[in-house]
Design a binder for this molecule. Structure first.
Ligand code: PGA
Ligand code: ZN
Length: 424
């Protein structure tokens, strides 16, 4: 079967942070119409594919995406409409060639990923498959319902509090099924809210729907989380409910190379010591971006020190780039890759990043961005690519819940799908 594009149309819509983003509509020659929404990060890696923003201060404070919209409607449409494609891989190759830059900065990675997501959805619809089934066919991996990681406390660039670590996640590793994992996330979120409210520490929500409490030491948050897990009737730990951190450390590393936590300057090795202590005191099973993206030597030491005991995830460090992940494997840096579609810019390259990670024995966690739409594409991506782990923010707010609810729908439609970190 061939994918023949009859019409491509982008428009400016809003993301969850009241910033413009793109919605791309693709119509096939058989009259099928699909749509995709484009996510956008805030604490971005410097080597990410380049999002195109208008920079016109009179519209959306410079954040408009009218140029990227126009690139879809004019240049990309001109190149793709009327063409026949054997697969989304061919659409992605055409997009990459048309852009011609290494970071997709000419057309804009936001324009390119919007078209790629829409093409993947169109292909699945043409084949009469669920999106995750089509992605499974593309990836060749055994499909798997992933363990959701619910971000329940926000700090860093995602909240206006004094917390330096960006994300504190609930990871129901011991849950027997996806619905039970979602239930645990929601129940613990509720218990945590009650605790923070009683302690007068709640200062609203962060961008991903986690609470933004008025505390500054990460250990104080972890203590509340463990208490909330217990309050909700679960056992803290890997057999029950564990915790995952995304400090997003590039954001609190100063020009002097020191990391500042609650005002205290730490060297890479002092911060690694702090992480080690945290993993002994609290059931933390995974740390993402524990060090800055320029601190590769520190990353190698962090991995050597803690990599046998916990998961060490590269996000800003890897930017979903197959080449950078391959370099990290050679240098024994991290043991897990975060997977974000708009960091690399096409579905095909995203699946390549998953494949490189898997072949090296690195685990994979599919991730949303802090700026999201209601599009739930990444839920199908996580299942179809068999990644085993997934993060989409809090178990609250429509744009976050859309993804968890899609996982629940997939689980309901196909009760035979395995759930967990691995299919084995
Ligand atoms: P971002 O944050 O979408 O703002 O980059 C998410 C993350 O760091 O994992
Ligand atoms: Zn991150």
């Amino acid at each position: 079967m061939m994918l023949r594009i009859a019409r491509l149309h982008a428009t400016e819509i809003l993301d969850s942070r009241a910033r413009p983003t793109l919605a791309v509509t693709l119509t096939t020659d058989s009259g099928l119409r699909v749509r995709a929404g484009v996510p956008s990060g805030e604490s971005t890696g410097s080597r990410e594919a380049a999002e195109l923003r208008d920079g016109d201060p009179h519209r959306f404070a410079g954040q408009g995406v009218q140029q990227a919209v126009s690139h879809v409607n004019v240049q990309i449409a001109h190149a793709l409409v009327g063409q026949r494609f054997a697969s989304v891989a061919d659409v992605d190759a055409a997009l990459t060639e048309l852009d011609g830059t290494a970071d997709k900065s000419r057309l804009g990675a936001n324009a390119v990923i919007g078209v790629s997501l829409a093409a993947a959805r169109a292909q699945a619809t043409l084949y009469g498959r669920e999106l995750w089934q089509d992605i499974a066919a593309l990836s060749g991996a055994p499909p798997l319902l992933p363990v959701p990681h619910f971000n329940v406390v926000d700090g860093g660039a995602h909240a206006a509090n004094n917390l330096d670590f960006q994300e504190f996640m609930i990871a129901p590793l011991g849950a027997p099924s996806l619905p039970e994992a979602v239930r645990a996330g929601a129940e613990i979120y509720g218990r945590l809210k009650a605790r923070l409210t009683a302690g007068r520490q709640v200062a609203g929500l962060g961008d991903e729907g986690g609470f933004a409490p008025a505390v500054d030491r990460p250990e104080d948050v972890l203590r509340e989380m463990v208490a909330a897990i217990t309050d909700a009737g679960y056992t803290p730990g890997r057999d029950g409910v564990a915790i995952a951190l995304d400090p997003a450390a590039s954001e609190f590393r100063g020009p002097d190379g020191r990391y500042r936590i609650a005002g205290e300057p730490l060297t890479s090795d002092e911060l690694i010591d702090r992480y080690e202590e945290i993993t002994h005191r609290f059931p933390v099973w995974s740390i993402e971006d524990g060090l800055g993206e320029d601190d590769w030597d520190g990353w190698a030491r962090l991995t050597a020190r803690l990599g046998e005991r916990i998961q060490i995830v590269g996000d800003d460090l890897f930017v979903t780039s197959p080449a950078i992940i391959a370099e990290a494997v050679r240098k024994k840096v991290a043991n897990s890759a975060l997977i974000k579609v708009n960091q690399i810019g096409t579905v095909t390259e995203t699946l390549e990043a998953v494949r490189v990670s898997r072949e090296a024995g690195y685990t994979q966690m599919v991730s949303h961005r802090s700026g999201e739409t209601e599009d739930s594409f990444i839920a199908d991506l996580a299942v179809g690519a068999g990644c085993g782990q997934f993060k989409s923010g809090a178990p609250a707010r429509g744009e976050r819940v859309a993804k968890y609810n899609r996982l629940l729908e997939i689980a309901d439609l196909d009760p035979g799908l395995p759930f967990g970190l691995t299919s084995g």
